[in-house]
Design a protein around this ligand. Structure first.
Ligand SMILES: Cc1cc2nc3c(=O)[nH]c(=O)nc-3n(C[C@H](O)[C@H](O)[C@H](O)COP(=O)(O)OP(=O)(O)OC[C@H]3O[C@@H](n4cnc5c(N)ncnc54)[C@H](O)[C@@H]3O)c2cc1C
Length: 299
């Protein structure tokens, strides 16, 4: 770890040591993360990931942590936070954004430029890179509808590559990035369409109102805990299984939206994990449906 600190200093990459995991994920759980490095450019990302791969040190790339549960034991390695990969540019109806930009900023910027297509993303609290990784979506829209290509760092070939939409293998909450851990999103190119600013803003406001009405946004969470199983809705299955309000420690199945697990206060990562397992077991027993978690556990 000392060598990494020297490397980070020599390369001008900002970092923090012994960071409370609760600061890094939207669930507000987790123990101590040894090192959090925040590269600010593609070159810094490349240099850092090359260093980590060569050293064999445990590491993980993270965006805004809104789909991630950090273990109570913390993370005995380096978290590479990509939130400093900033920048949004517009050229006609094409918009490019750094992987670390929040979806909210990108959607708002698109709106300010009278560009429609990203309204669905405005209320998703993730980064652009995390959204491609998950093919994030809401209210009938998803990243695959608007993405043209993305620039990635390929840790295996040690080169920056451009993947087009089809190379990304985007499907419901899935991308090829989940199968190929070596690809790290640096920036993304979207194709939007010209629209009326007021109408775009109205659609974003409408989705925001829907979220406020239906989701427990007053509690820390990672959004929907499970993917939608074929032919079903996870929230309905969980509700029908009588699990609304079911609690393990500080983690609870939201009374407002059974698809959400919330941190009622003082939840641990283990509480969330145990609750996920209990929900999976109960839904399987009652309806013979297997629920796959959408949230990721970082060990
Ligand atoms: C209140 C709430 C509501 C939500 N609503 C929605 C919703 O409507 N629709 C939806 O789809 N999701 C929703 N989510 C979940 C989450 O916001 C999205 O999945 C989002 O895309 C995750 O982005 P992130 O940057 O936070 O990812 P993180 O949690 O930081 O990371 C998730 C995964 O992505 C990988 N990753 C992150 N950045 C990169 C990168 N640059 N390159 C390669 N891999 C990367 C990480 O390694 C990790 O495996 C919600 C979450 C919350 C808390």
């Amino acid at each position: 770890m000392k060598d990494l600190v020297v490397f980070l200093k020599e390369n001008g990459i900002s970092f923090e040591e012994n960071v409370d995991g609760k600061r890094l994920c939207s669930f507000r759980v987790g123990g101590c993360v040894k090192i959090v490095a925040k590269p600010q450019s593609s070159l810094q990302v490349k240099a850092l990931l090359d260093y980590l791969d060569a050293s064999g040190m445990k590491n993980k790339v993270l965006g805004r942590g809104s789909d991630t549960v950090i273990s109570d034991e913390g993370f005995d390695g380096a978290l590479v936070l990509l939130t400093e990969l900033k920048g949004i540019k517009v050229d006609g109806d094409m918009l490019s954004a750094g992987a670390g930009e929040s979806l909210a900023s990108v959607a708002s910027f698109a709106c300010s430029q009278c560009l429609a297509g990203l309204e669905f993303a405005h209320g998703i609290p993730g980064s652009v890179g995390g959204a491609v990784y998950m093919n994030a979506g809401a209210y009938g829209g998803e990243i695959s509808d608007v993405i043209v290509s993305c620039e990635c760092y390929d840790r295996r070939s040690k080169s920056i590559v451009v993947l087009d939409k089809f190379d990304l293998g985007l499907s419901y909450r899935h991308s090829v990035l989940q199968d190929k851990g070596e690809l790290v999103v640096l920036s993304v190119l979207f194709k939007l369409s010209n629209g009326e600013k007021t109408e775009i803003r109205e659609r974003m406001d409408e989705y925001k109102s829907k979220r406020l009405a239906s989701q427990p946004l007053e509690y820390p969470s990672a959004g929907s805990a499970f993917k939608r199983p074929q032919g079903h809705f996870a929230a309905k299955l969980i509700d029908d299984a009588g699990l609304k309000g079911y609690t393990v420690g500080g983690a609870q199945v939201s009374e407002k939206h059974a698809g959400f697990i919330i941190n009622r206060g003082g939840a641990t990562a283990d509480d969330i994990k145990d609750l996920v397992s209990y929900i999976q077991m109960t839904v399987k027993e009652k309806f013979d449906v297997s629920l796959e978690p959408e949230i990721e556990f970082l060990e």
